[in-house]
Design a protein around this ligand. Sequence first.
Ligand SMILES: Nc1ncnc2c1ncn2[C@@H]1O[C@H](COP(=O)(O)OP(=O)(O)OP(=O)(O)O)[C@@H](O)[C@H]1O
Ligand SMILES: [Mg+2]
Length: 221
Amino acid sequence: MSKIIELKNISKIYNRGSETVHAVKDITFTLNKGDYVSVMGPSGSGKTTLLNIMGCLDKPSNGSIFINDTETSDLQERDLVNIRKENIGFVFQQFFLIPTLTVKQNVQLPVLFAKKKIDDKKARELLELVGLGKRMEHLPSQLSGGEMQRVAIARSLINDPPILLADEPTGNLDTKNANNIMSLFERLNSKGLTVIIVTHNPELVKHCTKVVHIEDGQIKN
Ligand SMILES: Nc1ncnc2c1ncn2[C@@H]1O[C@H](COP(=O)(O)OP(=O)(O)OP(=O)(O)O)[C@@H](O)[C@H]1O
Ligand SMILES: [Mg+2]
Protein backbone atom coordinates (compact mmCIF):
# COMPACT_ATOMS: atom_id res chain seq x y z
CA MET A 1 0.00 0.00 0.00
CA SER A 2 1.29 3.46 -0.77
CA LYS A 3 1.68 6.18 1.80
CA ILE A 4 -0.38 9.34 1.43
CA ILE A 5 0.23 11.18 4.73
CA GLU A 6 3.15 10.66 7.05
CA LEU A 7 3.57 12.43 10.39
CA LYS A 8 6.91 12.18 12.15
CA ASN A 9 7.26 13.36 15.75
CA ILE A 10 4.68 16.12 15.38
CA SER A 11 4.26 18.53 18.28
CA LYS A 12 2.26 21.73 18.58
CA ILE A 13 2.73 24.29 21.31
CA TYR A 14 0.41 27.27 21.59
CA ASN A 15 1.30 30.34 23.59
CA ARG A 16 -1.65 31.84 25.41
CA GLY A 17 -0.40 34.86 27.28
CA SER A 18 2.16 33.59 29.74
CA GLU A 19 0.77 30.07 29.51
CA THR A 20 1.99 27.47 26.99
CA VAL A 21 -0.38 24.74 25.83
CA HIS A 22 1.16 21.53 24.54
CA ALA A 23 -1.77 20.61 22.25
CA VAL A 24 -0.03 17.77 20.36
CA LYS A 25 2.91 15.81 21.74
CA ASP A 26 5.26 13.79 19.57
CA ILE A 27 2.73 12.09 17.29
CA THR A 28 3.97 9.72 14.60
CA PHE A 29 1.83 7.75 12.17
CA THR A 30 1.39 6.88 8.52
CA LEU A 31 -1.82 6.80 6.50
CA ASN A 32 -2.10 4.90 3.24
CA LYS A 33 -4.06 5.73 0.10
CA GLY A 34 -7.62 4.56 0.54
CA ASP A 35 -7.54 4.58 4.34
CA TYR A 36 -10.70 5.45 6.25
CA VAL A 37 -9.55 6.92 9.53
CA SER A 38 -11.40 8.12 12.58
CA VAL A 39 -9.73 10.43 15.06
CA MET A 40 -11.31 10.17 18.50
CA GLY A 41 -10.64 11.59 21.93
CA PRO A 42 -12.05 13.90 24.62
CA SER A 43 -12.66 17.62 24.15
CA GLY A 44 -9.37 19.52 24.17
CA SER A 45 -7.28 16.41 23.45
CA GLY A 46 -5.78 17.87 20.26
CA LYS A 47 -7.94 16.40 17.47
CA THR A 48 -8.61 19.64 15.59
CA THR A 49 -5.01 20.73 16.04
CA LEU A 50 -3.81 17.47 14.52
CA LEU A 51 -6.28 17.67 11.64
CA ASN A 52 -5.32 21.26 10.86
CA ILE A 53 -1.66 20.25 10.80
CA MET A 54 -2.41 17.30 8.49
CA GLY A 55 -4.36 19.65 6.22
CA CYS A 56 -1.52 22.21 6.16
CA LEU A 57 -3.84 24.84 7.66
CA ASP A 58 -1.52 25.08 10.65
CA LYS A 59 2.19 24.39 11.11
CA PRO A 60 3.64 22.05 13.72
CA SER A 61 6.07 23.46 16.30
CA ASN A 62 8.26 20.40 15.76
CA GLY A 63 8.36 17.37 13.50
CA SER A 64 7.76 16.75 9.82
CA ILE A 65 4.73 15.98 7.64
CA PHE A 66 4.76 14.45 4.21
CA ILE A 67 1.75 14.74 1.91
CA ASN A 68 2.18 12.42 -1.06
CA ASP A 69 5.94 12.35 -0.34
CA THR A 70 6.29 16.15 -0.31
CA GLU A 71 7.56 17.49 2.98
CA THR A 72 5.26 20.37 3.86
CA SER A 73 6.41 21.45 7.30
CA ASP A 74 9.01 23.90 5.93
CA LEU A 75 6.97 25.35 3.07
CA GLN A 76 5.84 28.95 2.77
CA GLU A 77 2.14 29.83 2.76
CA ARG A 78 1.97 30.31 -1.04
CA ASP A 79 3.27 26.75 -1.57
CA LEU A 80 0.96 25.39 1.11
CA VAL A 81 -2.00 26.91 -0.73
CA ASN A 82 -1.11 24.79 -3.75
CA ILE A 83 -0.52 21.65 -1.69
CA ARG A 84 -3.97 22.11 -0.14
CA LYS A 85 -5.65 22.85 -3.45
CA GLU A 86 -4.21 19.75 -5.11
CA ASN A 87 -4.52 17.30 -2.23
CA ILE A 88 -7.07 18.16 0.38
CA GLY A 89 -10.78 18.72 0.71
CA PHE A 90 -12.07 20.11 4.02
CA VAL A 91 -15.41 19.61 5.73
CA PHE A 92 -16.24 21.26 9.05
CA GLN A 93 -18.95 21.10 11.69
CA GLN A 94 -20.34 24.39 10.36
CA PHE A 95 -21.22 24.17 6.70
CA PHE A 96 -19.87 27.60 5.65
CA LEU A 97 -22.18 28.00 2.67
CA ILE A 98 -22.70 31.44 1.13
CA PRO A 99 -26.40 32.24 1.68
CA THR A 100 -26.81 34.36 -1.45
CA LEU A 101 -25.36 31.77 -3.83
CA THR A 102 -27.24 28.73 -5.13
CA VAL A 103 -26.28 25.21 -4.16
CA LYS A 104 -24.45 24.75 -7.47
CA GLN A 105 -22.61 28.07 -7.16
CA ASN A 106 -21.52 27.16 -3.64
CA VAL A 107 -20.04 23.91 -4.97
CA GLN A 108 -18.22 25.86 -7.69
CA LEU A 109 -16.77 28.42 -5.28
CA PRO A 110 -13.30 26.82 -4.93
CA VAL A 111 -12.99 26.79 -8.73
CA LEU A 112 -13.88 30.46 -8.79
CA PHE A 113 -11.24 31.21 -6.14
CA ALA A 114 -8.64 29.21 -8.09
CA LYS A 115 -9.46 31.44 -11.10
CA LYS A 116 -10.07 28.31 -13.17
CA LYS A 117 -12.73 27.78 -15.77
CA ILE A 118 -16.07 26.86 -14.21
CA ASP A 119 -17.05 23.35 -15.22
CA ASP A 120 -20.79 22.98 -14.84
CA LYS A 121 -20.68 19.25 -15.48
CA LYS A 122 -18.38 18.54 -12.55
CA ALA A 123 -20.59 20.41 -10.05
CA ARG A 124 -23.66 18.61 -11.39
CA GLU A 125 -21.98 15.21 -11.09
CA LEU A 126 -20.91 15.87 -7.51
CA LEU A 127 -24.35 17.12 -6.51
CA GLU A 128 -25.89 14.02 -8.03
CA LEU A 129 -23.36 11.89 -6.17
CA VAL A 130 -24.42 13.43 -2.84
CA GLY A 131 -28.11 13.04 -3.74
CA LEU A 132 -28.88 16.71 -4.44
CA GLY A 133 -29.21 16.61 -8.20
CA LYS A 134 -32.67 18.17 -7.96
CA ARG A 135 -31.68 20.97 -5.59
CA MET A 136 -28.92 22.64 -7.60
CA GLU A 137 -30.69 25.95 -8.12
CA HIS A 138 -31.95 26.23 -4.55
CA LEU A 139 -30.49 28.54 -1.92
CA PRO A 140 -28.90 27.07 1.23
CA SER A 141 -31.77 28.46 3.33
CA GLN A 142 -34.11 26.09 1.48
CA LEU A 143 -32.15 23.02 2.62
CA SER A 144 -32.02 20.92 5.79
CA GLY A 145 -28.83 20.71 7.84
CA GLY A 146 -27.96 17.31 6.40
CA GLU A 147 -28.48 18.62 2.89
CA MET A 148 -26.31 21.67 3.59
CA GLN A 149 -23.53 19.40 4.81
CA ARG A 150 -23.85 17.34 1.61
CA VAL A 151 -23.39 20.57 -0.39
CA ALA A 152 -20.27 21.29 1.68
CA ILE A 153 -18.98 17.78 0.94
CA ALA A 154 -19.61 18.21 -2.80
CA ARG A 155 -17.77 21.54 -2.63
CA SER A 156 -14.81 19.93 -0.85
CA LEU A 157 -14.44 17.50 -3.76
CA ILE A 158 -14.67 19.93 -6.69
CA ASN A 159 -10.88 20.07 -7.22
CA ASP A 160 -10.62 16.24 -7.10
CA PRO A 161 -8.52 15.98 -3.94
CA PRO A 162 -7.19 12.52 -3.03
CA ILE A 163 -7.69 13.31 0.69
CA LEU A 164 -10.79 14.45 2.59
CA LEU A 165 -10.43 15.85 6.12
CA ALA A 166 -13.61 16.26 8.14
CA ASP A 167 -13.72 17.80 11.64
CA GLU A 168 -16.87 16.62 13.45
CA PRO A 169 -18.90 16.81 10.23
CA THR A 170 -22.03 15.45 11.90
CA GLY A 171 -21.74 17.53 15.07
CA ASN A 172 -24.65 19.76 14.06
CA LEU A 173 -26.88 17.00 12.71
CA ASP A 174 -29.51 14.68 14.14
CA THR A 175 -28.89 10.93 14.10
CA LYS A 176 -30.66 10.28 10.82
CA ASN A 177 -28.78 12.97 8.92
CA ALA A 178 -25.53 12.02 10.65
CA ASN A 179 -25.89 8.40 9.49
CA ASN A 180 -26.67 9.61 6.01
CA ILE A 181 -23.47 11.70 5.93
CA MET A 182 -21.44 8.81 7.34
CA SER A 183 -22.62 6.44 4.62
CA LEU A 184 -21.75 9.10 2.06
CA PHE A 185 -18.18 9.19 3.41
CA GLU A 186 -18.06 5.39 3.21
CA ARG A 187 -19.20 5.48 -0.39
CA LEU A 188 -16.57 8.09 -1.28
CA ASN A 189 -13.93 6.01 0.47
CA SER A 190 -14.95 2.91 -1.49
CA LYS A 191 -14.25 4.93 -4.66
CA GLY A 192 -10.66 5.42 -3.49
CA LEU A 193 -10.81 8.68 -1.52
CA THR A 194 -8.67 8.73 1.63
CA VAL A 195 -11.03 9.94 4.38
CA ILE A 196 -10.03 11.20 7.82
CA ILE A 197 -12.83 12.11 10.21
CA VAL A 198 -12.78 13.56 13.71
CA THR A 199 -15.84 12.11 15.37
CA HIS A 200 -17.40 11.10 18.65
CA ASN A 201 -19.59 8.56 16.88
CA PRO A 202 -18.57 5.02 17.90
CA GLU A 203 -20.72 3.61 15.06
CA LEU A 204 -18.23 4.94 12.53
CA VAL A 205 -15.36 2.98 13.99
CA LYS A 206 -16.81 -0.29 12.69
CA HIS A 207 -16.14 0.78 9.12
CA CYS A 208 -12.72 2.34 9.61
CA THR A 209 -9.36 0.96 8.50
CA LYS A 210 -7.64 2.89 11.31
CA VAL A 211 -8.67 4.52 14.56
CA VAL A 212 -6.45 7.17 16.10
CA HIS A 213 -7.25 7.67 19.79
CA ILE A 214 -5.88 10.90 21.22
CA GLU A 215 -5.70 11.83 24.86
CA ASP A 216 -3.88 14.86 26.18
CA GLY A 217 -2.15 15.37 22.80
CA GLN A 218 -0.80 11.82 22.60
CA ILE A 219 -1.87 8.69 20.76
CA LYS A 220 -3.40 6.05 23.00
CA ASN A 221 -4.15 3.01 20.90
N1 LIG B 1 -5.11 28.89 18.75
C1 LIG B 1 -4.94 28.35 19.98
N2 LIG B 1 -4.29 29.05 20.94
C2 LIG B 1 -4.09 28.53 22.16
N3 LIG B 1 -4.50 27.30 22.54
C3 LIG B 1 -5.16 26.58 21.64
C4 LIG B 1 -5.42 27.06 20.30
N4 LIG B 1 -6.10 26.09 19.61
C5 LIG B 1 -6.27 25.07 20.47
N5 LIG B 1 -5.70 25.34 21.69
C6 LIG B 1 -5.65 24.45 22.87
O1 LIG B 1 -5.04 23.22 22.45
C7 LIG B 1 -5.69 22.11 23.04
C8 LIG B 1 -6.21 21.19 21.95
O2 LIG B 1 -7.26 21.83 21.25
P1 LIG B 1 -8.06 21.18 20.04
O3 LIG B 1 -8.95 22.21 19.47
O4 LIG B 1 -7.09 20.54 19.12
O5 LIG B 1 -8.89 20.04 20.80
P2 LIG B 1 -10.04 19.06 20.24
O6 LIG B 1 -9.63 17.67 20.59
O7 LIG B 1 -10.32 19.36 18.82
O8 LIG B 1 -11.29 19.46 21.15
P3 LIG B 1 -12.88 19.45 20.78
O9 LIG B 1 -13.33 18.02 20.83
O10 LIG B 1 -13.49 20.25 21.91
O11 LIG B 1 -13.06 20.09 19.45
C9 LIG B 1 -6.77 22.68 23.95
O12 LIG B 1 -6.25 22.78 25.24
C10 LIG B 1 -7.02 24.07 23.37
O13 LIG B 1 -7.47 24.95 24.36
MG1 LIG C 1 -12.01 20.07 17.79
